[in-house]
Design a protein. Structure first.
Length: 185
């Protein structure tokens, strides 16, 4: 793992996700900018949704390539979850600012995400592996689907949002439990 190059396809894909997150956020919260004059807000939301889907796809591919071709790096272990959090943060905050998502749901999700990201970075620095669990991956997929549904104003988006809250909190519990189990060893 440690001998893989830092500049590799998985890390580049995670970096692209880092760049796409603020672009999507601008489309969601700055729709009154002069560069968007004459473009209906629904089109800006559709384009934000497209960027979100594209960025979400990079999450799948960077993980697949890293595992399949043994390109896992410490940089990637830090960059990948950071890029995921920036993308979901941009989506959830943009939706909340447009009054399309519950502020309480967003607060619970973002609090857990920030706490667990800090815990993971701390664990990595201590040489403790608390890689994403199966539930953590399911949580991320459901969050991303919920964001997509909410961006597109599709029925069920709010339900998916609250399902993702439950999964988010439960997977956070799993990370904390696993961290303390490994620290005790």
């Amino acid at each position: 793992m440690q001998n893989a190059k830092i500049v590799n396809i998985p890390n580049i894909l995670a970096f692209i996700r880092l760049l796409l997150a603020p672009i999507m956020f601008i489309l969601l919260v700055n729709q009154d900018l002069s560069i968007f004059e004459g473009i209906h807000t629904s089109w800006l939301n559709y384009f934000a949704a497209f960027i979100f889907v594209l960025a979400s796809a990079t999450d799948f591919f960077d993980g697949y390539i890293a595992r399949t071709f043994n390109q896992i790096t410490v940089m990637g272990q830090i960059l990948d979850p950071l890029a995921d959090k920036m993308l979901t943060l941009a989506g959830f905050l943009g939706l909340m600012m447009q009054d399309l998502a519950s502020p309480w749901a967003i607060f619970l999700i973002l609090t857990r995400e920030l706490f667990i990201t800090g815990l993971r970075v701390s664990a990595i620095s201590e040489g403790i592996d608390i890689s994403a669990s199966w539930m953590g991956k399911v949580k991320t997929v459901v969050q991303m689907i919920a964001i997509g549904f909410l961006l597109m104003h599709w029925w069920g988006g709010e339900i998916l949002l609250w399902i993702s809250v439950g999964l988010t909190l439960y997977s956070g519990y799993e990370y904390i439990r696993d961290f303390f189990r490994k620290v005790e060893l």
